[in-house]
Ligand binder design. Structure first.
Ligand code: NAD
Ligand code: TYD
Length: 357
């Protein structure tokens, strides 16, 4: 199966993974253009995309995926032949304190995007079309000490975040089964890398260590996550978009399981060296705190289908990826301080002269 996307609608492209994907896709596909639809929630940061400003193959539109007329207009005006849907509320802890927006954005927003995509695809405005839903391994629930999630593992989401992502995945499946719409669905493990909002574990650790602040470790610190470099994720998405058969689902993972406490110790030690601190100094910042409610114990992905069918495997070793990530945060302290001060939110008005960002 070969598909050559020429005009992409990327949703949530001002977020962590979306912005990395746009950089990578624009660089790899000189004939293609990207329209980035993002409503700029707290997680949307146009500073992630400054290098693309003025690029004729890139266009930013501030708007909500739940705005059906806007989505319909973009699909038609830009002759979109591929939708890559990242936009979401993405932080588990926030979904515990405020689940409603997760359902609104992740479930209802996805439904609007699916429905407008269906109409656009059925109108015959473009010769070929794909809708790619970016999802997470968290839809499968939690594992014990052994075993892996495969694409056949039943959905058993445990947090409001993962439940909303699972709901969206089922709608995507329904649009393929019911209407024959050419959908694709990827489910990826935890990403790390540049432009990661510092509420998530790895950038939070780096930021707090630099500032000698406590490093909160939930529960006993023995929960396990599989970590994948965000640029490997971006390449996997591009591979699926171009090569996967419509209707297919692919797991994406790094084959790189870590207990949280081991990641915390590793990041502490790498930053001891880089910040010229004594061996073990940063580990004294570790603070065990109350566990997250419903904290999934272990995630582990079997991504062998993606490798066997489409030939993708991660390019980064974790050693290289985590070292580069730490160096990126050290070299981009301004990006981090603009995020933590909130000043990044003014950038849309400065740059685009629009309404309240
Ligand atoms: P993020 O929180 O960094 O970015 C989300 C983006 O979506 C932001 O730019 C935000 O402004 C935008 N957005 C939110 N609601 C919107 C709406 N209603 N309309 C338009 N834009 C909206 O998220 P991320 O970490 O980049 O994750 C991207 C996608 O990948 C999500 O769907 C997430 O579920 C999935 N995912 C993330 C990870 C991970 O480790 N971060 C792993 C697997 C899957
Ligand atoms: P997170 O980055 O929030 O990703 P997810 O919950 O989607 O896996 O958290 C990764 C792991 O780190 C998860 O097991 C929760 C844990 N964690 C902490 O121990 N302390 C923290 O401050 C955060 C944000 C997460």
């Amino acid at each position: 199966m070969k598909f050559t996307p020429t005009s992409l609608l990327v949703t949530g492209g001002a977020g962590f993974i979306g912005s990395n994907f746009i950089h990578s896709f624009i660089a790899n596909n000189p004939e293609s253009s990207v329209t980035n639809l993002d409503c700029l929630t707290y997680a949307g940061n146009l500073k992630n995309l400054t290098a693309l400003e003025g690029n004729p193959r890139y266009c930013f539109v501030k708007g909500d995926i739940g705005d059906a007329p806007l989505v319909a207009q973009l699909l038609a005006d830009k002759k979109i032949d591929a939708v890559v849907h990242f936009a979401a509320e993405s932080h588990v802890d926030r979904s515990i304190t405020g689940p409603e927006i997760f359902v609104r954005t992740n479930v209802l927003g996805t439904q609007v995007l699916l429905e407008e995509s269906r109409k656009h695809w059925q109108s015959g405005a473009v010769a070929d079309f794909r809708y790619l839903q970016i999802s997470t391994d968290e839809v499968y629930g939690s594992l014990g000490d052994t075993g892996y999630f495969t694409e056949e593992t039943p959905l058993a989401a445990n947090s409001p975040y993962s439940a909303s992502k699972a709901g969206a995945d089922l709608l995507v499946r329904a649009y393929h089964e019911t209407f024959g719409m050419p959908t694709l669905n990827t489910r990826c493990s935890n990403n790390y890398g540049p432009y990661h909002f510092p509420e998530k574990l790895i950038p939070l650790l780096i930021h707090n260590i630099i500032n000698k602040k406590p490093l909160p470790v939930y529960g006993d610190g023995l929960n396990v996550r599989d970590w994948l470099h965000v640029r490997d994720h971006a390449m996997a998405i591009e591979t699926v978009l171009k090569k996967a058969a419509p209707g297919s689902v692919y797991n994406i993972g790094g084959n790189n399981e870590w207990k949280n406490i081991d990641i915390v110790n590793l990041v502490c030690d790498l930053l001891d060296q880089r910040l010229g601190r004594a061996d073990g100094e940063n580990r004294t910042l570790i603070t065990f705190v109350k566990d997250r409610l419903g904290h999934d114990r272990r995630y582990a992905i079997d991504a062998s289908r993606l490798q066997a069918d489409l030939g993708w495997s991660p390019a980064y070793t974790f050693e290289q990826g985590i070292a580069e990530t730490i160096d990126w945060y050290l070299a981009n302290q301004e990006w981090v301080s603009e995020v933590t001060s909130g000043s990044y939110r003014e950038y849309y008005n400065q740059q685009y002269g629009g309404g309240v960002a």
